[in-house]
Design a protein around this ligand. Structure first.
Ligand code: NAG
Ligand code: NAG
Ligand code: NAG
Length: 488
C-alpha cells in the first residue's frame, strides 16, 4: 500500500506538467538567487522563524521546483480527494519595530567606529565594527513586514511542487473550484496571490496569469477570525499577549548567563561598551544576518558577529518566545486555534459525505494563508513537538535536543497539509477514507499512532475532545470576576 523506497524517484509528473515545470524554471531564474549557487551561513540552522524554507528542506537547494515525493505518500489503491493546506507567508521584510532597533544599533556602531572618536584597536574585531558601520542600512520603514520578491518565489515554487505531487487535485478542471482564504496581513494576501499565479502557470503554462479578480476561483477571501484567531481571543490577549509577566522566561533568559556571555563576546568583537548593548539589539543583529541572506541572498557582515554557539543561544531565545506565546507554555495558546482545527475537519467531513453519495467534491483544494502564529498553536493543539519538560530560562543545556525548534517547524513558507484519500481495492473491499498529514512536504506521522496514515474515523476519534468540546467562544472567555464580595 505504501510506496517502497524504490519508488522514491518515480515522481509522477505527467509530460505536460514536466514541460511546464521546465519552462517555468527557465523563466524564474532571472530573479534573485541562482539555484545551484546557494549562499549559506553557518548560522542558518538557528534562525528560528526567520529560517529560509530551503534551509529547513535542503533537498530544494539544487532545484527548488522539483517535487520531492515522500516515500510514505499513499498511492495506487487510494485516490486523493481533498487537500486542505495551511501555509505560512513567504520570506518577508523585517517589521518596522525591528528596523528601528537595527537603526539604533547601527548608529551605536557608527558612534564607536574606530578612528571616529577613540583610537581603534586595529584588530580583526575593529575591522568588523568598521565594516558594519559602513554597511548600507538599506531597510526602510515602509517595508514593515511585507512580502519580498523571494517570498513570492517561495509561494510559486511551493505551488508548482504541490501541483506536481497531486496532479489530479490541482487539475485545470479544479482551478475554478480552488478555495483560498487568507489573513488580512499584506504579506499573506500577497502570498496567496503568488501561490495562485504559480498554480495558474502549472495549469496554463502558455498563458500569463490574469488579475486575481478575474480568475475563475475569485480572489482569496480574507478571514482573520480563522487565520488570526489569536487576535480575537480575549483570554489569550489578556493573559498572554498584553501580560507583562507571561513571558517571564524570555525576559529572564535575556539577562541570564548564556545571553550575558554572548553580549560580552559581541561587545568585544565590535569594540563597543557592553553596557550599550542588550539582548534585543543583539537579536536584531542576528536577524539582520538572516534577512540579508533570505531577502538579498548575500552573506552580510552581520553574520560575522556570531559563532554557532551564539547562534544556538539566540535560537533558544526565539524558541522560548514561541513556546510561551504560541506553543505549550499556556493552554490558551493552542486552545484558541480550535475553530481553525474544526474548520479543517468540517471540510474533510463534507468531502467524505459527498464522496459517499458519489457526488463530486465541491472543494477539492482549500488553501489557507496565515502566519507562524497560526501554525504553531494548531500543531501544539494536535500534540506535536512537545518536550517532556517545558522550555525555561534555566534549562538551556537540557533543551539542547528539544523537539520544539521553530526553524524546523515554521520556516518561511512552511505548510501543514491534510490529504484525504478515498481507498477501495482488493485489500480493502470496503470503501475507506484515509488521511495523511504533511509538514513542509514531509509526511508527519500521526500523533496517536506514529504511523504515516490513519483511517479518517480513527483520526477523528483521537481528536474527539477537541472536535466536540472545544468551543472558542467559551475557551476565550475571561473568567468572570465576582466582585460582589469585594464591594461590601
Ligand atoms: C499574567 O501571567 C502570569 C503568569 O502566567 C499569571 O500568573 C497572571 O495571572 C497573568 N495575568 C493576567 C492579568 O492574566
Ligand atoms: C459571588 O460571591 C459570593 C460570595 O462569595 C457568592 O455568594 C456568589 O454566589 C458569587 N456569585 C457568582 C455569580 O459566582
Ligand atoms: C462589578 O460587576 C458588575 C456586573 O458585572 C459591574 O457592572 C461593575 O462595574 C463591577 N464593579 C467593579 C468595581 O468592578
Amino acid at each position: 500500500m505504501l510506496r517502497g523506497p524504490g519508488g522514491l524517484l518515480g515522481v509522477s509528473v505527467r509530460p505536460a506538467a514536466a514541460l511546464a515545470v521546465a519552462l517555468l524554471s527557465s523563466l524564474s531564474h532571472c530573479s534573485l538567487l541562482e539555484p545551484g549557487d546557494p549562499v549559506a551561513s553557518a548560522l542558518s540552522p538557528y534562525f528560528g522563524t526567520k529560517t529560509r524554507y530551503e534551509d529547513a528542506n535542503p533537498w530544494l537547494l539544487p532545484n527548488p521546483e522539483a517535487p520531492r515525493r515522500d516515500p510514505n505518500l499513499l498511492e495506487e489503491a487510494c485516490t486523493p480527494v481533498q487537500l486542505v493546506a495551511l501555509i505560512r507567508h513567504g520570506t518577508r521584510y523585517p517589521t518596522a519595530k525591528q528596523i528601528r532597533k537595527l537603526r539604533l544599533l547601527h548608529g551605536l556602531l557608527q558612534a564607536h567606529r574606530p578612528g571616529n572618536d577613540r583610537a581603534g584597536g586595529g584588530g580583526g574585531g575593529g575591522d568588523l565594527g568598521a565594516r558594519l558601520a559602513d554597511w548600507p542600512l538599506w531597510y526602510a520603514d515602509w517595508m514593515d513586514g511585507q512580502l519580498v520578491e523571494k517570498g513570492r518565489q517561495d509561494m510559486r515554487q511551493l505551488a508548482l511542487r504541490l501541483a506536481s505531487l497531486f496532479p489530479a487535485l490541482f487539475s485545470r478542471e479544479n482551478y475554478g473550484r480552488l478555495q483560498l482564504i487568507t489573513s488580512s496581513k499584506h504579506r499573506c494576501v500577497e502570498s496567496s496571490v503568488a501561490f495562485l499565479n504559480g498554480l495558474w502557470q502549472h495549469c496554463y503554462p502558455e498563458l500569463p496569469p490574469p488579475d486575481v479578480a478575474d480568475m475563475e476561483c475569485g480572489p482569496p477571501r480574507i478571514n482573520d477570525k480563522l487565520m488570526r484567531f489569536f487576535d480575537h481571543c480575549e483570554k489569550f490577549l489578556t493573559e498572554v499577549e498584553k501580560n507583562d509577566t507571561a513571558l517571564y522566561h524570555v525576559e529572564a533568559f535575556k539577562t541570564g548567563p548564556e545571553m550575558q556571555n554572548v553580549l560580552r563576546k559581541v561587545a568585544a568583537t565590535l569594540q563597543v561598551p557592553v553596557n550599550n548593548l542588550n539582548a534585543d539589539l543583539i537579536q536584531v543583529a542576528f536577524f539582520t544576518c538572516s534577512f540579508d541572506l533570505a531577502i538579498k541572498g548575500v552573506k552580510s557582515p552581520w553574520c560575522d558577529v556570531f559563532d554557532t554557539d551564539d547562534g544556538k543561544v539566540l535560537e533558544y531565545l526565539n524558541d522560548l518566545k514561541q513556546y510561551w506565546k504560541r506553543g505549550y507554555g499556556y493552554a490558551i495558546n493552542s486552545r484558541s486555534s480550535c475553530t481553525l482545527f474544526q474548520d479543517i475537519f468540517q471540510h474533510l467531513d463534507k468531502a467524505v459525505e459527498q464522496k459517499k453519495r458519489s457526488q463530486p467534491v465541491s472543494s477539492p483544494v482549500i488553501l489557507q494563508f496565515g502566519h507562524a502564529e497560526t501554525l504553531l498553536p494548531l500543531l501544539s493543539l494536535m500534540g506535536y513537538f512537545k518536550d517532556k519538560e517545558p522550555l525555561t530560562a534555566y534549562n538551556y543545556k537540557e533543551q539542547m535536543y528539544r523537539k520544539f525548534r521553530s526553524g524546523h517547524i515554521v520556516p518561511y513558507a512552511s505548510n501543514l497539509i491534510f490529504v484525504l484519500y478515498h481507498c477501495k481495492n482488493a485489500e480493502t473491499p470496503k470503501e475507506e477514507f484515509r488521511v495523511q498529514m504533511l509538514l513542509n512536504e514531509k509526511v508527519l506521522p500521526l500523533a496517536h499512532s506514529q504511523k504515516p496514515v490513519s483511517l479518517y474515523e480513527d483520526l477523528k476519534n483521537h481528536y474527539k475532545d477537541i472536535l466536540q468540546n472545544c468551543h472558542t467562544g467559551q475557551e476565550c472567555e475571561l473568567p468572570k470576576v465576582n466582585n460582589t464580595s469585594d464591594e461590601l
